[in-house]
Design a protein around this ligand. Structure first.
Ligand code: BDP
Length: 711
């Protein structure tokens, strides 16, 4: 919102307004990447020649929303406020579906290759003058094209001769909220849930609209509103009315609503005795429930289900398979066009290596799921660790649609402290070669949807830290186009969010690009995983070994003893490598080929093992921890160089995030080395400082008020 504006004059096409000098605006990050602050005067003057105001043709609400958004952006970026007189002048941006634009006099456009959500943004010569058109086969395409055009303006690109064409790689690009009905958010570090269930459906918080704008601007078209550990109440009539109200807000932004459901809902809210998927009464209950939902929400997306996982009920309670469970719900949704997203995150039902369990359960079910079921698979086989190899189910379910589930909220990556840009991590997975059915088949081409576990909450800046906005942004951009490089996305986001000035841009992007590797280095280098404190997953605890579920213990993963460290997943160990395609399995199993970054994920090796670098494994491990601490310090120093180019309020917030990360990096490094040294009994490499405290100090350390702790 503009605080104050000063009318300067009137142009033929528009009124030109500039912010009053000194007008203050709280820079609290609330505007995300949709800031729309004035471009430099020369750039704005240039762009005003080409675009002044948008007109949406046709009655599709998405087109109308797009026109409004464009005019809002133009007002800010180009110092323009449109008047109705714009209608017949050059500088008009015409938005609409091909059919509606045709009626408005635009020559026929061939949009056949664009699909339902793709867009074309092009400068065309019309009798009235040169005009930019934004076209799609549907209102959704027009909406995405409009955001693409706005982005071009924000980036300062020339728009005099535009020809942009793009279609999303996947039809479903989802944000999954783990929001509970009581307003808390599981693994949420950005305040409370955005959804104010108590005041819905009557009151529509304006933030719902801004949230939808942000999602639409990066192409997210599906939102799961509630936690996968679902409360059955979400399917009761009262809650469904609230859900319908949110769906109505999101609809004009091209977003469909989904719900997480508890498999035993037919018992808990339906009064049935069992939830056996093969029981006709249960099938009828799901059908009736689906019918009820679609009466309220005709474009309802479907259900996300976590079943027989971490204590959640599921079909196995009735000796049925995951396919039986998914199919009974899918059959209920099918007549309405709904989808079941069935999660593959299962473990604990056998004594097998946890990394193998999901594949073992789901691989035999390939081809047994209905075609409106999507199997939702986490990026790696354990649980959103700072680094994991890709999940072996990718590429190995040729007859099943598969979604990639990434975690945007940083449960295992520092939560709401520090900076960890995850675009690099997700690209690493998307680009990983599954060699299934043949080499040259990246994960990105084996999937049909991308879902990100949301990091959005009620905090003013939406995501807890300013830089976590980049992860929301990157998730959407990669789900639209997995071929975008993480650097390109970081560059784009930084320009939109912080500054187009190279003196800010270059250091920020380089800081982002190294930030996840820094976290890997100081938390879990060389393929270690899950070394975090019990339950709240913040801070180091490599010594923990007494939890009843074996795979909750950090010692399960590090297997550090007097001899060495790491998890043998080759044929001499759990043989998890064999779940990958043979070429991949060979590479991971062979010490000459396995990338260092996955070394201890797949191998248990002596402390004195000689690494490629010529150093011992012990020395190199310590070196990685040291490197992580150095990188964290470097990020703080980099940030201090951008101070003159960004606003003071957000600069200070990030500076404090980074100084906390620096301290946490040292804590991680010292505690981890103190523990591993108690196993290796080797001296620290030359020049590497001793941990500041003893191992027992770190073991006893329970700092209160850590981000993820339940107080
Ligand atoms: C784990 C989280 C837990 C989630 C679970 C899941 O610790 O809170 O419920 O994932 O994905 O990482 O279901």
């Amino acid at each position: 919102m503009r605080d104050s504006i000063r009318l300067l004059g009137t142009a033929a096409a528009a009124l030109i307004l500039l912010p009053a000098p000194g007008s203050a605006r709280a820079e609290d990050g609330h505007r995300l990447w949709l800031r729309y602050d004035p471009l430099p005067p020369a750039v704005a003057a240039r762009d005003r020649e080409s675009v002044a105001s948008a007109v949406g043709y046709g009655s599709d609400p998405r087109v109308q929303v797009a026109a409004r958004e464009f005019n809002r952006a133009a007002a800010g970026l180009l110092h323009i406020v449109p008047t109705s007189r714009i209608e017949h002048h050059a500088g008009k941006v015409m938005l609409g579906t091909a059919a509606d634009l045709r009626k408005a006099g635009v020559p026929a456009l061939d949009l056949s290759a664009l699909g339902p959500e793709g867009y074309l943004v092009r400068s065309v010569a019309l009798p009235t003058g040169r005009t930019i058109i934004v076209a799609g086969n549907t209102g959704a395409g027009v909406l995405y094209g409009t955001f693409a055009l706005i982005r071009e303006l924000q980036l300062g690109h020339s728009i005099s001769d535009l020809n942009l064409r793009s279609s999303p790689a996947y039809p479903l690009r989802m944000l999954d909220h783990w929001d509970n009905l009581d307003g808390t958010v599981e693994r949420g570090y950005a305040g409370k849930s955005l959804w104010d269930w108590a005041s819905l459906p009557g009151r529509i918080d304006p933030r719902y609209v801004d949230y939808a704008r942000a999602n639409a601007s990066v192409g997210i078209n599906g939102v799961v509103l509630n936690n996968v550990n679902a409360d059955p109440k979400i399917l009761t009539g009262d809650y469904l009315k609230k859900v319908a109200a949110l769906a109505a807000v999101f609809r004009p932004y091209g977003i469909r609503v989904f719900l997480s459901v508890r498999f035993s809902s037919p018992i808990e809210i339906g009064g049935l005795k069992a939830a056996d998927p093969l029981d006709p009464g249960v099938a009828a209950w799901w059908r009736a429930k689906a019918d009820q939902i679609y009466r309220l929400i005709p474009d309802f997306g479907g259900f996300l289900v976590k079943a027989n996982s971490e204590g959640q009920p599921g079909p196995q309670d009735y000796h049925r398979t995951h396919a039986d469970g998914a199919n009974v719900i899918a059959d209920a949704l099918r007549p309405h066009g709904g989808t079941v997203l069935w999660r593959a995150f299962v473990y604990g039902n056998s004594n097998e290596d946890r990394a193998k369990q999901a594949y073992d359960e789901f691989r035999p079910l390939d081809g047994k799921f209905r075609d409106n079921v999507i199997l939702q698979v986490k990026n790696g086989p354990i649980d959103y660790q700072p680094r994991e190899p890709f999940h072996p189910l990718f590429g190995q379910m040729p007859h099943t649609r598969v979604a990639l589930e990434a975690q945007v909220t940083r449960e295992y990556l520092g939560q709401n402290t520090g900076v960890a840009y995850l675009g690099t991590m997700w690209s690493e997975v998307l680009d990983a070669d599954t060699c299934s059915p043949r080499c040259g088949t990246p994960v990105s081409s084996t999937i049909s949807a991308v879902a990100g576990v949301s990091n959005v909450g009620s905090d003013r800046n939406w995501t807890g830290t300013n830089f976590d906005q980049a992860n929301w942004y990157a998730l959407g951009r990669l789900a639209w186009n997995p071929r975008l490089s993480p650097e390109e996305i970081a560059d784009e986001w930084t320009r939109l969010t912080w500054s187009n000035d190279g003196r800010a841009l270059r250091p920020i992007v380089s800081m982002m690009m190294g930030s996840r590797e820094a976290a890997v280095n100081f938390m879990t280098p060389l393929g270690l995983a899950h070394q975090m404190a019990t339950d709240y997953h913040y801070g180091p605890a490599p010594w923990v070994c007494d939890l009843k579920q074996p795979s909750w213990n950090p010692c399960y993963y590090n297997r550090a003893d007097g001899h060495g460290i790491g998890f043998d997943r080759t044929a001499s160990g759990s043989n998890a490598v064999a779940q990958y395609a043979p070429e991949v399995a060979r590479r991971f199993a062979d010490l000459r080929d396995v990338p260092d970054k996955y070394l201890l994920w797949f191998h248990h090796l002596p402390w004195t093992y000689r690494m490629r670098s010529g150093q011992t494994l012990w020395d190199e491990l310590v070196m990685h921890y040291d490197e992580g601490v150095t990188q964290a310090g470097q990020m703080s120093r980099t940030w201090s160089t951008v101070r003159p180019y960004v606003d003071a309020e957000r600069w200070a917030a990030v500076a404090s995030d980074l100084s906390r990360e620096q301290a946490e990096a040292r804590w991680w490094r010292d505690a981890s080395i103190a523990y591993f040294r108690s196993r290796s009994r080797l001296p620290l490499p030359h020049g590497s400082p001793k941990p500041r405290h003893s191992l027992s100090y770190y073991e006893a350390l329970r700092p209160p008020g850590l981000p993820g702790q339940r107080l």
